[in-house]
Ligand binder design. Structure first.
Ligand code: AMP
Length: 214
């Protein structure tokens, strides 16, 4: 199965893509995670991307298209995948079509997690992320068991620099201006599934399964 998980920053797409990939035994491919790995490793790509990410802007399409082409050609992607946070622009969507056509593949469904803006701002201000495995926690609603450490690998949690309130507001604007319309690209094939993301993680996971017909 090949899926896209879409939704604004803070809609829960990382949490639910990770969980769904685990449930379905397919790969979770999150472009934000791939970029943060490059930033952490201090590669030239990471240094370039960090400038955009810290401002809450998108990394240029050329960088993203090359990155996803490379990632989708890795062997684990053959069994199926969930793309989390990609495509975010019309160019990325068009280029993804070409990459998939070359691989003889197509997208089966696009899940859009819908969450009101007020809720998103609240969630992102309470979000802490594991810099090692990228798992996210809501410090009030879904906190880690051990104070400020990741449940999976005990790494101390951090606040993402782009989760600062001013940057969050900018990211939401960039999403509205550049990404919200990209969904129309997929509407024509009737594969878009809109899911309300305003509930507990378990409840939203159940809604996603239902929307996919499981
Ligand atoms: P995310 O973890 O999905 O919230 O992504 C964090 C940041 O990485 C975004 O705010 C962008 O700066 C960058 N990014 C991730 N995916 C993309 C993409 N598909 N296109 C452009 N920039 C991206």
């Amino acid at each position: 199965m090949r899926l896209l998980m879409a939704g604004s920053p803070g809609s829960g797409k990382g949490t639910h893509s990770r969980r769904l990939a685990n449930d379905l035994g397919i790969s979770h491919i999150a472009t934000g995670d791939l970029l943060r790995e490059q930033v952490a490793a201090g590669t030239p790509l990471g240094r370039e991307a960090k400038v955009y990410m810290d401002r809450g802007d998108y990394v240029p399409d050329k960088v993203m298209v090359d990155m996803i082409k490379h990632r989708l050609s890795e062997p684990d992607a053959e069994k199926g995948f969930i793309l989390d946070g990609y495509p975010r622009t019309q160019t990325q969507a068009t280029e993804l079509d070409k990459v998939l056509a070359d691989l003889g593949q197509q997208i089966d469904a696009v899940i859009i997690l819908e969450v009101p803006v007020d809720e998103i701002v609240e969630r992102l201000s309470a979000r802490r992320t594991c810099p090692s495995c990228q798992r996210a926690y809501h410090m009030r609603d879904e906190p880690p068991a051990d104070d400020e450490r990741c449940d999976d690998d005990s790494t101390p949690l951090e606040r993402r620099t782009d989760d600062e309130p001013d940057t969050v507001r900018h990211r939401l604007k960039v999403y509205a201006d550049r990404t919200a319309g990209v969904i129309e690209h997929y509407d024509v094939d009737s594969i878009v599934r809109r899911v309300s993301g305003e509930a507990s993680v378990d409840e939203v996971a159940k809604r996603i399964h239902e929307a996919l017909g499981f």
